[in-house]
Design a protein around this ligand. Structure first.
Ligand code: 3H9
Length: 694
């Protein structure tokens, strides 16, 4: 075996040259990897003893793509295109041997090999779209030539990882190897190719599928129309479509030039910078300073959920979906039956939508035990409380849990705002008490705020983070403060949304600005959806707020056809003259001269206070890092991922500019706009939020 460089080896097995890449963790195409591959292929091609060449990777995966950390840096070493060219132009057949995942640039390298073999458990994909990119190493031109333009569009705009057997069916992979026997089977395949005198198959020369689609304009128009909603705001999907149009309409090299131009536009643009940041943020969020990787965890084999309402039922579904049995406790049979029926209905709907077989509904429901007796959860490993949001009720419950639940179990509360230290104080084991703040609908929303209280042990923190991963959530560890991280920042935005109404803006102006910014909806649409009457009490309502007045007129939101907006039978909304009159009346009473707002004015007013609140949260160490706050906003509040999160947005716009605007607003409207001390400090030091280390 010859070491080509630190990450690449070349060896001979009979007349097959084997290029082995070993660059942990995921064999990403760094400069070292590109140089090693180039030199190894050059040597194998030059070696007269080698009749064919196999490319195989060590470690957990085939090449998982370009090295994302290199984007934006100076070009070093061989380019990926040079590596691909030497492989594709090799006069000896090249076989790519795939295990783990062949993704992005990794699959694009494999597509330059003449043949591909993969183990059944492996997957292939071009997930660049998730990084705000398009496959920029020929993927947009080669993939449609193998799988046809329609499938290529689907694969590249969804970023899906396709299982190897499916790849074989669509022609992307030539053969399946036996699991665990990739190298042996790849060598045998290479020998067979030589023995049978098979040709050097070059994907770039295979034009039948793209030519068949030439002139079919409807194909692209239909694809754009069908995905308009999904792609809204994102630049990469449209660029991918244009590349596939080029693949269909133009010769290979001209298509490649289109791909290059559009790739460069994306990789130097704001959206990709944001999405690459989010890629790393999603991995950082699991890393907790002072909670070492080897911190023990409590094995969670049984979970008890107290409260079978919308929240409790949704939480239960997460565990059941992961195969963990759950006992749900309620205080009345009627509430219990209602809760269980809702869970069953949710599962039946999912089965009808084809998410799993109908038979699975019963299998899942069998993992749920309903009960009215708290003693039935005495032996669970984790309790999650999801009862009414009132401190006295929570304290009473935790006193009981302390007496009933076995020692060492995690006692979690799903409170969204209450002081968890106070809840923990009524137990004899505050080290076992933690917040697990799920977001509604709890079975759908990916975010979980794990809330560390003063005495929570590292074991309980680690257990909660690990279980979050197991049930498919993305969890951020936060500290105790009113509203924790997400709702605390939402409150800052909500305050300004209301203030805007007093100054002459209409709810639909505010909602529209946020929708165009990339949110799914604005605060008033959200209120209408949730129900305006949540927390509203008819008997004591005195028309003190716009919301009170709307509720008094029985405008309770979408559910009864009227709220801030009017709704038709299909729940389509229109601005309501009733609301407009009430808003104007309140605005007149406020004594503030009405003015008009551009969408940019509205965005400033709503987003800057959020960032300022985020800075205070960071300063108070209630979040570990700025990127954790961004993860919370992207996964729990629909912040558009292509804008990277509020803190990233602040960094991008420049903290000095943000600080200056906050000071202007403070001068006009008072100390609610007072800039966070951390923000002042960062600006003085010329640093940004991302520089604040945990
Ligand atoms: C591309 O290819 C562009 C080309 O078309 C054109 C070029 C001209 N680079 O996720 P994990 C790190 S764009 C650098 O926890 P898993 C990751 O940060 C690329 N680093 O493991 C983590 O580091 P740490 C297209 C990378 O087993 C560690 O590896 N490809 C890269 O759960 C382990 O990662 C993609 O978008 C990378 N490309 O999942 C694939 N990938 O330990 C991106 C990972 O310090 N990668 N790291 O936190 C993935 O989807 C997953 O990592 C993978 C493994 C499925 C491979």
């Amino acid at each position: 075996m010859t070491a080509i460089n630190e990450v690449t080896d070349l060896s001979m097995d009979g007349d097959v040259a084997v290029v082995t890449l070993d660059s942990p963790p995921v064999n990403a195409l760094s400069a070292k990897v590109r140089d090693g591959l180039y030199d190894a292929f050059a040597a194998a091609i030059a070696d007269p003893k080698a009749a064919s060449i196999v490319l195989v990777c060590a470690g957990r995966t085939f090449i998982a793509g370009a090295d994302i950390t290199e984007f934006g840096g100076a070009a070093k070493g061989k380019s990926l295109q040079e590596v691909q060219k030497i492989i594709e132009d090799s006069p000896k057949p090249v076989v790519a041997a795939i295990h783990g995942t062949a993704l992005g640039g990794g699959l694009e390298v494999a597509l330059c090999a003449h043949y591909r073999i993969a183990v059944p458990s492996s997957k292939c994909g071009l997930p660049e779209v998730n990084l705000g990119l398009l496959p920029g190493a020929g993927g947009t031109q080669r993939l449609p030539r193998i799988v046809g333009p329609e499938k290529a569009l689907d694969m590249m705009t969804s970023g899906q990882h396709i299982p190897a057997p499916e790849c074989v069916a669509m022609g992307l992979v030539d053969e399946l190897a036996a699991e665990g026997q990739l190298r042996i089977d790849a060598l045998a395949f290479a020998k067979r190719i030589i023995a049978e005198g098979r040709p050097l198959k070059k994907v770039r020369e295979s034009n039948a599928k793209v030519e068949a689609a030439r002139g079919n304009l409807e194909l692209f128009a239909a694809f754009r129309a069908a995905n308009a909603r999904k792609f809204r705001g994102f630049k990469a999907p449209e660029s991918i479509i244009q590349c596939v149009e080029a693949a269909v309409d133009l010769p290979f090299d001209e298509g490649l030039a289109v791909e290059r131009k559009l790739f460069v536009e994306l990789v130097t643009g704001d959206q990709s910078a944001a999405q690459r940041y989010v890629f790393f943020a999603e991995r950082q969020v699991w890393k907790i300073p002072n909670v070492a990787d080897d911190t023990p965890t409590i094995p969670v084999q049984k979970v008890g959920i107290v409260g079978g309402g919308t929240m409790g039922g949704g939480i239960a579904m997460n565990f059941v979906n992961a195969g963990i049995p759950v006992t749900i406790v309620e205080t009345s049979q009627a509430a219990l039956d209602r809760g269980i029926a809702v869970v069953r209905a949710n599962y039946e709907r999912s089965a009808k939508n084809g998410r799993f077989p109908l038979a699975d509904v019963d299998r899942r429901m069998a993992l749920i035990t309903p009960t009215l007796d708290l003693h039935d959860i005495a032996d669970v490993d984790m309790v999650i409380e999801a009862v009414f949001e009132r401190m006295d009720i929570k304290k009473e419950l935790f006193t009981k849990l302390d007496n009933i639940i076995k020692p060492g179990a995690v006692l979690a509360t799903n409170t969204s705002a209450l002081n968890i230290d106070e809840i923990a104080s009524v137990t004899s084991r505050p080290q076992d008490v933690i917040g697990m703040h799920f977001f509604s609908p709890a079975n759908v929303m990916r975010l979980l705020e794990v809330v560390r209280a003063d005495h929570t042990s590292n074991t309980v923190i680690n257990t909660s983070m690990q279980i979050a991963k197991k049930i498919g959530k993305i969890a951020a560890l936060v500290g105790v403060c009113p509203g924790f991280v997400g709702n605390r920042m939402l409150a800052a935005r909500g305050r300004e949304a209301q203030a805007l109404l007093n100054e002459g803006a209409m709810p639909w102006d505010v909602d529209r600005a946020l929708y165009d910014f990339g949110f799914a909806m604005g605060p008033f649409q959200m209120s209408d959806l949730a129900g305006l009457d949540i927390g509203w009490v008819k008997e004591t309502s005195k028309g003190a707020t716009i919301r009170d007045r709307l509720c008094e007129l029985d405008r309770r939101g979408q559910k009864n056809g009227a709220g801030y907006y009017d709704y038709d039978a299909n729940r389509a909304s229109t601005p309501s003259p009733v609301t407009e009159a009430i808003v104007r009346e309140f605005a007149a009473k406020s004594g503030i001269a009405p003015r008009t707002f551009t969408p940019d004015d509205i965005i400033e007013r709503l987003i800057y206070p959020m960032i300022n609140e985020g800075a205070k949260i960071l300063e108070e160490k209630k979040a570990i890092r700025a990127s954790d706050i961004d993860i919370i906003w992207i996964n729990g509040y629909n912040w558009p991922v292509y804008r990277g999160g509020p803190m990233f947005y602040g960094d991008q716009m420049g903290l000095d500019k943000l600080l200056a605007r906050l000071k202007e607003f403070q001068a006009q409207a008072g100390d609610v706009w007072k800039p966070a001390a951390l923000l002042e400090q960062l600006v003085a030091e010329g640093r940004c939020f991302q520089d604040v280390k945990p």
